[in-house]
Design a protein around this ligand. Structure first.
Ligand code: OAD
Length: 244
């Protein structure tokens, strides 16, 4: 791993425009469970239980899951060394944009400024009837499901299975992928589309692709230049230290 850390530090030092694509793996060290793999949400639930149809059918039941599995872990979570490493790369004027599949807001909490929330954010709710938006931390959840002042039911401002990615997130991500000369792909299983196509766009435009993940992914052989096998926190710390 030492060789790959040095290689990444060198590649980052030479890069002028770095983008990062992040997934649930970067937030594991903050106590937020991933979707796939050991302890993952999809090990305990059928993803269809979190789908928009399920919410429409039985809002109280699905909201109880949101509170237990999303709101409570997210309320407790703080940015970890992986998030902080990306802040250090922005401070060195290397990292320009983060495209995250995460809905936890931890990149912004850590201090990164340009974060594209590809799958939306749990920090906001919106009314399913009148579309008024509410900050999640200000929403009264003493009654489930929480409601808008118009009486409509609130839903998290996240992208559920079967829903489309916000057009602006798609546009901005494509641009960031096309513009970067190095893309860090951190903590994503890279199996959910269209997010998993983003590193390919970067590669087609000449960028180096550096993966950080304790496991191999579908990108590892065909798209990534190399994979640094390890947890995001430790690997980011070592890369930044090697750059100094
Ligand atoms: P996954 O849960 O699919 O994958 C998590 C990845 O993190 C795996 O590749 C792990 O090997 C890796 N990992 C584990 N520990 C790690 C660590 N300490 N540091 C770095 N990586 C680690 O999460 P995503 O790829 O983000 O979509 O999932 C993509 C989408 O699937 C999510 O955004 C969500 C889900 O369905 C929607 O909700 C629309």
């Amino acid at each position: 791993m030492d060789d790959l850390i040095r290689r990444a530090a060198k590649d980052l030092a030479a890069a002028r425009n770095v983008a990062a694509l992040t997934g649930a793996g970067i937030s594991i060290e903050s106590g937020i469970p991933p979707f796939r793999g050991k302890g993952g949400l999809w090990e305990r639930y059928d993803p269809m239980e979190f789908a928009i149809d399920a919410l429409m059918r039985d809002p109280a039941k699905v909201w109880k899951l949101f509170v237990k599995e999303l709101k409570e872990p997210l309320d407790r979570a703080k940015p970890n060394e992986g998030h902080k490493g990306l802040v250090k790369l922005e401070a060195r004027d290397k990292l320009k944009t983060i495209i995250t599949q995460n809905i936890d807001g931890l990149h912004q909490a850590a201090g990164n400024t340009d974060v594209i929330e590809y799958h939306g954010t749990f920090a906001w709710q919106r009314c399913m009837d009148c579309h008024k938006k509410y900050e999640t931390r200000k929403v009264d959840i003493s009654e489930i499901p929480p409601r808008c002042e118009c009486g409509g039911i609130l839903r998290p401002n996240i992208v559920f299975f079967g829903e489309t990615i916000p057009a602006q997130a798609i546009r901005r991500s494509r641009q960031a992928a096309a513009d970067c000369d190095l893309m860090l792909v951190v903590g994503t299983s890279a199996v959910v589309q269209p997010a998993a196509m983003i590193p390919g766009i970067a590669k087609d435009n000449g960028a180096k692709i550096v993966e950080i993940n304790p496991e191999r992914t579908p990108l590892t052989d065909d798209i990534s230049d190399y994979l640094i096998m390890g947890g995001a926190g430790e690997v980011m710390n070592r890369i930044v230290a090697a750059m100094d």
